[in-house]
Design a protein. Structure first.
Length: 95
C-alpha cells in the first residue's frame, strides 16, 4: 500500500437495520485489511441524531463520507465494493 494521509471517515447508519450492520462490518473489515491504523472511523446513527441527516445532506443510508484528506468523497450502500473504496480513498489497487 502506498503512503496516504490519515483518513477521517464518518459512516452514517439507520439503527440496527440489515444494511447498516452490513456496512459497519464491511467498513471495519476493509479498514483493518487495507488501512491498518491509518484512519479514524466515526459511526453516527441518524435515528439518534436526525439533525445530522439534514446538515450533511444525506439522501440515502448507509453513507460513508471520507472527510480527510480532501476532496471529500461519499459512498452509499453496504460498502462491499473494495475496489471502489480503494479508488475513492486514492489507494492504488494491486491484484
Amino acid at each position: 500500500m502506498e503512503e496516504i494521509d490519515q483518513l477521517k471517515l464518518v459512516l452514517y447508519i439507520t439503527g440496527a437495520s440489515t444494511n447498516s450492520i452490513r456496512a459497519v462490518n464491511n467498513i471495519n473489515e476493509f479498514c483493518s485489511k487495507n488501512l491498518k491504523e491509518n484512519f479514524t472511523l466515526e459511526i453516527v446513527d441518524v435515528y439518534l441524531h436526525p439533525e445530522v441527516a439534514q446538515l450533511e445532506q444525506l439522501i440515502a443510508l448507509p453513507t460513508l463520507i471520507k472527510k480527510h484528506p480532501l476532496p471529500e468523497r461519499r459512498f452509499v450502500g453496504d460498502l462491499s465494493d473494495t475496489k471502489k473504496l480503494l479508488k475513492g480513498f486514492g489507494i492504488e489497487f494491486k491484484e
